[in-house]
Design a protein around this ligand. Sequence first.
Ligand code: NAI
Ligand code: 13P
Length: 320
Amino acid sequence: MTVAVLGSGAFGTALAITLGQKAPTLLWSRDPHQAAEMQKAGENARRLPGRPLPGAVTVTADMALASSADVLLLTVPMQQLRQFLKEHRAAFKNKVLVACCKGMELETGLGPIDIMVQVSPETSHALLTGPSFASDIAAGLPTGLTLACADDALGRRLQALLSTPALRLYRSQDVIGASLGGALKNVIAIACGTVMGAGLGESARAALLTRGFAEMQRLALHRGALPDTLAGLSGFGDLVLTCTSAQSRNYRLGLSIGRGEGFDASVTVEGAATAQAANALAQELALDLPITSAVAGLLEKRLDVTEAMTSLLSRALKEE
Ligand SMILES: NC(=O)C1=CN([C@@H]2O[C@H](COP(=O)(O)OP(=O)(O)OC[C@H]3O[C@@H](n4cnc5c(N)ncnc54)[C@H](O)[C@@H]3O)[C@@H](O)[C@H]2O)C=CC1
Ligand SMILES: O=C(CO)COP(=O)(O)O
């Protein structure tokens, strides 16, 4: 099976770098100028400078060429996924699509697998998610991810195809759990960044991370996820990484909120839309997600940091 990565941002480029060390790999960019520049320079100077593309990676803006591969890794941001699938529906027919984005669609609350099923029912679907910074993957550092696919036979083939010596994929058939874990950890990372930015301390962050994990489980289990999936790489693993590292854009957005600073709106921060989508879903399902609600309040500017903290600390005392 041949592979193409569609979307030449940080994550798409990193995946192409690691997969290109194993087999010929296509990397598609929507911008012909950027594709030509990357092919010529042998690197993505904008997103991953200093990380050379292996010779087996071909960068192209030609979707007909890119979609000639059997397996297409989709690395566009979550809020772009539906439109992207609609635009290229004919080219993707009968392909295996592996979504690599994390989040919930703002208007519908749906995750990447649900959207692929809706928009491209004539394709096969899987999800690649878990704790990994693009820069670590591109540097060849050891990484463990979850490959979630409801079809176990296909999941096994994808696991073998997409694992590399440094990138170790674990298989799961729980696409709901893997999808929600990856989406909701970003919301908690914004909360943890906020607490650290406001100087409230590492003990407060540990409490938020832990209670945030309880919220992730509450929503995900209600939607049919398996507890083990939430405790795995795509849930707890990615939560720990994202809530403790300033490499994370979600955490950094939180830091800027906590410090009362601005944040570059062009940076991909998946947790922002997801916080609002998850908060709306929680209200609809009458689920108690106080941290998610506080993050949504901060992002929508209904709350400031002091009010958000007060809303969490003044809740009735309860059993853990
Ligand atoms: N950067 C990282 O360390 C990791 C990112 N991810 C996930 O990967 C997804 C993408 O993130 P990044 O690559 O970091 O973002 P990015 O901002 O670096 O790149 C996004 C890319 O998508 C392209 N794009 C946007 N809209 C498009 C459209 N409609 N059609 C075609 N291309 C479009 C942009 O031109 C850009 O090249 C996110 O969901 C993120 O959560 C997952 C794991 C690690
Ligand atoms: O998903 C990631 C790590 O697993 C990347 O995190 P950010 O999107 O917050 O940078």
